[in-house]
Design a protein around this ligand. Structure first.
Ligand SMILES: NC(=O)c1ccc[n+]([C@@H]2O[C@H](COP(=O)([O-])OP(=O)(O)OC[C@H]3O[C@@H](n4cnc5c(N)ncnc54)[C@H](O)[C@@H]3O)[C@@H](O)[C@H]2O)c1
Length: 391
């Protein structure tokens, strides 16, 4: 090879190396761009991947319209729903995280506080009398507010107090359990237990607003979460097949915001059509006939747990029964098997219930997810059904 040929081949090698170098550089930068655009996509999708949901909807009940806010962090904005200068009595459950209670209290510098021990015993005539006294001590007038911060028991008790003190003062629900978020805080049923019968003293009384911040429910036990979700499962079974199907997903808990949102829509839709339970609203009692009996008889099951078991008696399709059974096992809801000795006392509790009437009892049945109907069964047939539960 001559010297000039050698120079030429060196030049060619040099330029081809240069080309390789620049094409590698281009590849490097395009990979970097892809990397950063994937990162941006990832972060913009993150709220969706976690299925967080923010919504504000209006319940247009016959007696009153009011907003329901579902948003993580929304307890910071409770004061938005109370005109300035109003007094507030904040009734809170002792198990609600202190930070959450403080966040609400700071928004109402002149508020008075009442701490309540949650649980079914909370809904007593003694606690009701005590709350009335607190309203009087705080000199609340009809234009003032009770803010109920807690689960269904605190909500029902504080709601009934708001409904009756001075023939009704303003009420805001800040539900802190899943059950109260999807069910008890919406629709205006308030009440206490009396003489061993649940919710026998009460009033329909719609709140001024419902503020749901699911971050506040993070301190609930798994059992309490499943207990509350049982009511959402009920909502899906009676009114919304897509809500029911969310429970069939393996990662259903990742969809908790979506489940809560859809259950709220179900409750809203039903309450708007029948605020005072003349007809349609009765479907919300799906599972309650036998569920309430089980809850009262055993005294160890939570409301949602007992209702979930109560629903099984009134699912009219074997295939659907199996699907629901699969879901309830996944949710770790207890399988409540009755012994022959349980049947008579549960039966007595059921027929003593306020929904019992003459020889027949109104019950709610479901054959297909999303579709419930009300029918009457003979009291004697309830006895037969209870025997099925002990088989
Ligand atoms: N008014 C209605 O329409 C309606 C509908 C369904 C159920 N209910 C009623 O709701 C009641 C059940 O409600 P519930 O399941 O919320 O029970 P609950 O109020 O007893 O709360 C359950 C438990 O969770 C605790 N708790 C509350 N918030 C917490 C938090 N953020 N972190 C940790 N612990 C917390 C409470 O202290 C209690 O021990 C029953 O009395 C039932 O009759 C009413």
């Amino acid at each position: 090879m001559s010297a000039s040929e050698f120079r030429i081949s060196l030049l060619i090698t040099h330029y081809s190396l240069l080309i390789t170098h620049y094409s590698l550089l281009i590849t490097h930068y395009s990979l970097l761009i892809t990397h950063y655009s994937l990162l941006i996509t990832h972060y913009s999708l993150l709220p969706i991947l976690c299925y967080y949901i923010t919504m504000q909807i209006e319940v247009n009940a016959e007696s009153k319209s009011y907003p329901i806010v579902l948003e993580r962090g929304s307890i910071n904005n409770v004061a938005q729903f109370v005109p300035s200068g109003k007094n507030a009595l904040i009734v809170y459950d002792k198990n609600v995280p202190t930070t959450a209670v403080n966040t609400i209290c700071e928004q109402f510098p002149n508020s008075k506080l009442v701490k309540i021990t949650g649980g079914e015993v909370t809904k007593s005539i003694d606690n009701y009398a005590e709350l009335l006294q607190k309203c009087m001590d705080a000199k609340l007038t009809r234009s003032d507010y009770i803010i109920a911060v807690g689960g269904g028991t605190v909500g029902d008790l504080a709601g009934f107090t708001a409904a009756t003190y001075m023939r009704g003062i303003h009420l805001i629900h800040v539900p802190t359990t899943i059950l109260s978020a999807v069910d008890s805080s919406i629709g205006g049923k308030t009440g206490i237990n009396f003489g061993g019968t649940k919710n026998v003293v009460g009033a329909f009384y719609q709140p001024d607003a419902v503020i749901i911040d699911l971050d506040v429910t993070k301190t609930l036990s798994e059992r309490q979460v499943s207990n509350g979700l049982a009511e959402a499962l009920k909502a899906g079974l009676i009114y919304d097949e897509t809500l029911f199907e969310l429970f069939e997903q393996d990662d259903y808990l990742a969809h908790i915001d979506e489940i809560v949102a859809q259950a709220i829509y179900v409750k809203k839709a039903i309450v708007e059509q029948d605020e005072r339970e003349a007809d349609l609203r009765q479907i919300l009692n799906f599972g309650h006939t036998i569920g309430h009996g089980i809850e009262a008889h055993f005294g160890k099951y939570l409301h949602g747990e007992a209702i979930a078991e109560g629903m099984m008696y009134f699912i009219k399709s074997k295939e659907l029964g199996e699907r629901v059974e699969k879901i309830t096992r996944k949710m770790n809801l207890p399988k409540i098997k009755l012994s022959p000795n349980d049947i008579d006392p549960i039966y007595e509790l059921i027929v003593r219930d306020k929904k019992a009437n003459a020889d027949y009892i109104n019950v709610v049945e479901v054959e297909k997810p999303g579709h419930a109907y009300i029918c009457q069964v003979k009291k004697a047939d309830i006895n037969e059904m209870l025997k099925w539960g002990s088989a």
